[in-house]
Design a protein around this ligand. Structure first.
Ligand code: UGA
Length: 451
């Protein structure tokens, strides 16, 4: 790995997106500074340890630190702007209680960068990578940068909006192999600088680069996530319909639909709904933003409404099989919002467990990695097992909430031998109904009754 001289890159916010971006550039030999207010986070990064689990990241981070391509600094936005040519802003944009986004961290990053630009003679480009609603870069970031620096955007410094499309669990791979790069720019010069950087970064396999306005770039990110969320709520709607139609099976419907190239096979897995730190927040924010612009986004409201009800179907299935849930032992397999992560933000299991507890069930849960996260949410309200088999022991019903590979390996006999009564609710369609239906009381999302 040879250290490239130009351009030098800084990243403000060393969270998920920020760290993957910083390590992505550093791993290709760029000189990168990652800046965060959290001292503990920066200490870990400087010792080569990521603050979250992401396949492939640890190795590239420690290599980049050792080679001197990446360093973490606490605070000091003025220093990192001074030392570098381009600054990516990857700070959090949490939801406010009404669903709209909280821009506090964006505003404060813009204010610090603006102050730093006052002392800078060379042309510096600020790039917003955080997910922000249309209009934010132009109407919040640009004025803040100009006010604090007393300089002119497009003349003295540059400004771009460059959304990320990283998935948890493959975020590092998504950084180094993107489907597309979206560059919204205030002016041509700013966009050209960023385009040159990406063309160099992706040498040999440059993905399509979309050049556009700041607002369009901001909307592309939301539209992409809202489309994927809508695809999920759509297939869940078809799943719910299938359950009423004798002989229908949503899995077969989705497979056949997905073969139509206009539809595509991905994100058509019916289940208990979408969770995580992105889809729920982004759909809400896009609804709030659309309303603020004067358009009632009915389709997105339905996407959200379907997703809100979907997890509770697991509890309905339990009740249909067991009658009252009072005192019943209900086992949950899978707590994380999706497999291969310990993240439980907006995990669909949260409303399921809350409802089971409300109806008096005793809840036992197991997840290969998310138990510490679950403990911080449910504490002693539920019990935790150290394996799937221990969890289902003497259970009255078992619900598959997250499709971990480990659960796919369980056989009908495992359930029959361990449970008090083998009532299995397959919330993620991981088992073959042909095999399971004959051996136990098997109910699954999107599976109609026998004709
Ligand atoms: C999502 C997007 O996929 C990324 O492109 C985007 O960059 C990211 O949000 C973000 O905005 O930062 P992520 O939240 O990591 O990525 O997770 P996904 O793999 O998209 O899954 C989201 C949820 O949808 C999970 O709860 C998953 O179980 C659910 N899902 C996914 C389904 O229920 N069915 C499917 O067919 C696919």
């Amino acid at each position: 790995m040879t250290l490239k001289k130009q351009p030098k890159i800084s990243v403000i916010g060393a969270g998920y997106v920020g760290l993957c971006t910083a390590v992505g550039f550093a791993s290709k030999g760029y000189s990168v500074v990652a800046c965060d207010v959290d001292e503990a986070k920066i200490t870990k990064i400087n010792s080569g340890i990521p603050t979250f689990y992401e396949p492939g990241l640890q190795e590239k981070l420690s290599e980049s630190i050792q080679k001197g391509c990446l360093k973490g600094v606490v605070g000091r936005v003025d220093q990192v702007v001074e030392e570098t040519d381009l600054t990516f802003v990857a700070v959090g944009t949490p939801s406010k209680p009404d669903g709209s986004i909280d821009l506090t961290y964006i505003e404060s990053a813009a204010c610090s960068i603006g102050k730093a630009l006052t002392h800078k003679d060379s042309y510096h480009v600020t790039i917003i990578k955080s997910t922000v609603v249309p209009g934010t870069t132009q109407h919040v970031v640009q004025p803040e940068l100009e006010r604090e620096s007393k300089k002119k955007c497009g003349v003295d410094f540059g400004l771009c909006m460059n959304p990320e499309f990283l998935r948890q669990g493959s975020a590092f791979q998504d950084t180094v192999n993107a489907d597309r790069v979206v560059i919204g720019s205030f002016d041509k010069q700013s966009g050209d600088k960023l385009e040159d950087l990406y063309k160099d970064f992706y040498t040999g396999h440059v993905p399509p680069i979309i050049r556009t306005t700041l607002s369009t770039a901001e909307l592309i990110k939301y539209a992409s996530n809202a489309m994927l969320a809508t695809k999920i709520s759509f297939i869940n709607t078809i799943a719910n319909m299938c359950e009423k139609i004798p002989g229908a099976d949503v899995k077969v419907v989705a497979t056949a639909m997905g073969l139509d190239r206009r539809i595509g096979p991905l994100f058509l897995d019916a289940g208990l709904g979408y969770g995580g730190s992105c889809f729920p927040k982004d759909v809400k924010a896009l609804i709030a933003c659309s309303k603020a612009f004067g358009y009632e986004p009915e389709l997105l409201e339905s996407t959200e409404a379907v997703n809100k009800k979907q997890p509770l179907k697991a509890v309905d299935f339990c009740r249909q099989q067991l009658g009252s849930l009072e005192g019943k032992k209900v086992t949950i397999l899978g707590l994380a919002f999706k497999p291969d992560t310990d993240d439980m933000r907006e995990a669909r299991v949260i409303p399921i467990i809350n409802q089971l507890l409300k109806e008096g069930a005793q809840v036992f849960a197991y997840d290969p990695v998310a138990i510490p996260a679950a403990k911080s949410i449910f504490n002693t309200k539920i019990q935790y097992a150290s394996s799937a088999l221990e969890c289902i022991k003497d259970a009255d019903a078992c619900i598959i909430v997250t499709e971990w590979d480990e659960f796919k390996k369980l056989t009908p006999d495992d359930f029959i031998a361990n449970m008090k009564q083998p009532i299995l609710i397959d919330g993620r369609r991981i088992y073959n109904p042909e095999t399971y239906k004959t051996k136990l009381k098997y109910t699954a999302i999107g599976l109609g009754q026998e004709p």
